[in-house]
Design a protein around this ligand. Sequence first.
Ligand code: ZN
Ligand code: ZN
Length: 389
Amino acid sequence: MKANCWYGKNDMRVEDVPDPEILNPRDAIVRVTLTAICGSDLHLYHGFVPTLEKGDILGHEFMGEVVEVGTGVKNLKPGDRIVVPFCIACGNCFFCQRQLFSLCENSNPNAPEAELLWGHSPAGLFGYSHLTGGYAGGQAEYVRVPFADNCHVKIPDNVTDEQSLFLGDIFPTGYMAAENCNIQPGDTIAVWGCGPVGQMAIRSALLLGAERVIAIDSVPERLRMARDGRAETINYAEVNSVLEALKEMTGGRGPDACIDAVGMEADGHGLQYSYDRAKQAMMLETDRPIALRQAFLACRNGGTVSVPGVYGGFIDKVPFGSVMNRSITIKTGQTHVQRYMRPLLERIERHEIDPSFVITHRMKLEEAPEGYDLFAKKEDDCIKVVLSP
Ligand SMILES: [Zn+2]
Ligand SMILES: [Zn+2]
């Protein structure tokens, strides 16, 4: 089959690789009909995530048709059309029982490596380095889905591939970010970053009852899309101070909650490096932690900072005194996608939202390397690329 493989910094290649096979009774094989490039794939593309190996198949946002199931999968059959969540979860363990699917303790075979860096291991993820399991991703013609009985949502005929694809990542990710803000009537939510996750967070905050959403970015077409979604916008390149602008827009008090949809994965130098080395690596990423620091400082007293943006290691100069003295709540985590897929599919079926609004580029799987390049450089007004095998 054809698959989009990582070969190093800015080096993606579509290659012929062996077809995946059922390895465990709870596996399924899916023929991919649509897949996407996620903003967090760019950190892999840029070489910022350790433990990737040459030839690894990327992609954690995909859907398709079930072609084969293991003997342990009772709720799927060949021909079923499904979206697969990016986090692999067994459905039975301590964390899955608590709906904390991205923390499943049975899906990361490389947990000891993750424990070295993070203290404990999160779940395995599709196409996202060996630190999170080394699973082949979905930017391919076929993919093996482990724990398939707990890692899918079936899509009805009246919902298209483009409408449902993002149930596997960015829609639940933006939605959980908004849900973590504990939105009350009248609330104003500020969102840093108007990439795909930021766009989903903006619309989710409004779905969840926010009165106002203020979106912060510098890319004109992203700001335009945010305004199309009923956000007010701040172009941070055009104001002296984002903090002052937000104060002015909120009567001096600050937003009730702030969402950092920018993130940072600058832990690019491997697990074995010392803390100081990691810290040094973070210092190279000068612009990224600015969003999180601003979010902490901008948030009103007693408010919440919600972080869907992906962080890899250590961050420097976090104004924790501000967080403590002003009673700021921090909520974050990899999305517990399985918890959201069905309810958000229902919102799509009720026409409350059509997540396909975010798609700007439709390409063939063979064109994945060009797609990464376009998305990374934000050329041609690129906000979201989908790929068809
Ligand atoms: Zn993603
Ligand atoms: Zn589990």
